[in-house]
Design a protein around this ligand. Structure first.
Ligand SMILES: Cc1cc2nc3c(=O)[nH]c(=O)nc-3n(C[C@H](O)[C@H](O)[C@H](O)COP(=O)(O)OP(=O)(O)OC[C@H]3O[C@@H](n4cnc5c(N)ncnc54)[C@H](O)[C@@H]3O)c2cc1C
Length: 360
């Protein structure tokens, strides 16, 4: 294979694309990545960086299995990064103030977490009204920096990354992937991985309308005054507070179907702000230094879409990370790389298959 025709082209330099590119590179493949914008500036930048699903026990097995593996695989991913950017990966634990919903018991929650190896402790008795749950091994990462570090590492390993190059069309011929048409001309490779986040659907031939869609999440960043420090992630009624190494707090989030619109809504922002203060009253005097929104790649069954296109050989998909794309990323990349290289993956591929989003 010459240098202009890589073994593998990856569309999308978010967490999904970059971790997959690196995993494939480690297998010896030559890999080129294209992104329509700057790498790592979409959902993977906007996210909170909690490396565990929120109310983890409520997710389907297919998500929990990847997330639990992702949690275990993160230290090795962080260890493998080269370059000067510190992604601030840190175990802070997570305290959930309202763990028990109307249709579940504390015992069911404990059983489900234990099945996936996620350690937990109840504070107060779960039978005595409002108990809270602590997941002591949950880590968080400063995701914009993680993405920067992944980019540096990818380039250091010889992965070519083309920023500001949009993939406009995926061309297949005789049941095989052939090439992509981009804003800077055509590009060929043996295989393609579509990892274009919320924008993936038009790049997957025969994908049903609305099978991959953007789900907006709004966030804000607060700087507490004085010496107040939050030591752990706190979560209540769907709102979470994430302590960063520099003492700032990331507050999120919302789950909104608003198309590809990344604007923030001040009424929603104020509600998040109020809830953050309720969770941790030390934030009452804190200033809000940043507000933003990002677009998660949603899928209709909330399970990622991972695998080869059933009728187009060489066309692979890694999208639909939805609310847990950062947490699952190392496991997702390994899973897809196992499939691409013909190894038997650690998880059953059936729930993730591409066929389920295609029109009949
Ligand atoms: C507010 C918010 C909070 C979140 N919090 C968490 C959390 O705490 N923990 C967690 O695990 N997950 C979280 N997530 C989810 C997580 O961020 C996403 O699931 C994950 O980042 C998706 O990664 P991705 O690589 O698939 O998509 P993206 O990061 O969106 O990357 C897709 C890339 O593809 C590029 N692209 C798109 N179309 C084209 C094209 N045609 N040609 C070339 N390039 C293209 C884009 O420019 C982009 O860089 C959160 C998300 C949001 C929005």
């Amino acid at each position: 294979m010459n240098s202009t025709t890589p073994d593998i082209l990856v569309v999308g330099a978010g967490i999904a694309g970059l971790t997959t590119a690196l995993a494939l590179r480690h297998e010896g493949a030559s890999v080129t990545v294209v992104d329509q914008s700057q790498p790592g500036t979409e959902a993977s930048w906007a996210g909170g960086g909690i490396l565990c699903p929120l109310y983890a026990w409520r997710y389907p097995d297919a998500v929990l299995a990847l997330a639990a593996r992702g949690m275990r695989d993160y230290p090795a991913l962080i260890e493998s990064l080269t370059g000067d950017t510190d992604p601030e990966h840190r175990v802070t634990g997570m305290r959930i103030l309202d763990p028990v919903g109307a249709e579940e018991s504390a015992a069911q929650i404990g059983e489900r977490l234990a099945r996936y190896g996620i350690r937990h402790q109840w504070l107060d008795s779960p039978d005595a009204g409002r108990a809270s749950l602590v997941l002591p091994e949950v880590a968080n990462v400063r995701n914009p920096r993680l993405l920067q570090a992944l980019r540096e590492t990818a380039e250091a390993h010889g992965i070519e990354i083309h920023a500001n190059r949009r993939c406009e069309q995926v061309i297949a011929r005789a049941g095989r992937f052939e090439r992509i048409e981009t804003s800077a001309g055509r590009m060929r490779a043996e295989r393609l991985v579509v990892a274009a986040g919320a924008w993936s659907e038009p790049l997957i031939p025969q994908a049903r309308e609305d099978s991959v869609f953007p789900v907006r999440g709004q966030m804000l960043r607060m700087e507490p005054h004085g010496n107040s420090r939050l030591e752990t992630i706190v979560m209540d009624e769907g709102v979470y507070l994430i302590p960063r190494v520099d003492g700032s707090i990331i507050v999120g989030s919302t789950v909104e179907r608003a198309g590809f619109d990344k604007t923030v809504d001040m009424a929603v922002q104020q509600a998040l702000h109020r809830k953050a203060i309720e969770c941790w009253p030390d934030l009452a005097e804190a200033s809000v230094t940043h507000r933003w929104a990002g677009l998660r790649p949603g899928s209709s069954d909330e399970v990622p879409i991972l695998g080869e296109h059933p009728s187009l050989e060489g066309l692979w998909v890694n999208t639909g990370g939805y609310r847990n794309g950062l947490a699952m990323a190392p496991a997702t990349a390994t899973f897809l790389t196992d499939l691409i290289t013909g190894r038997s993956p650690a998880l059953d591929p059936a729930p993730y298959r591409v066929a389920r989003i295609l029109s009949a």
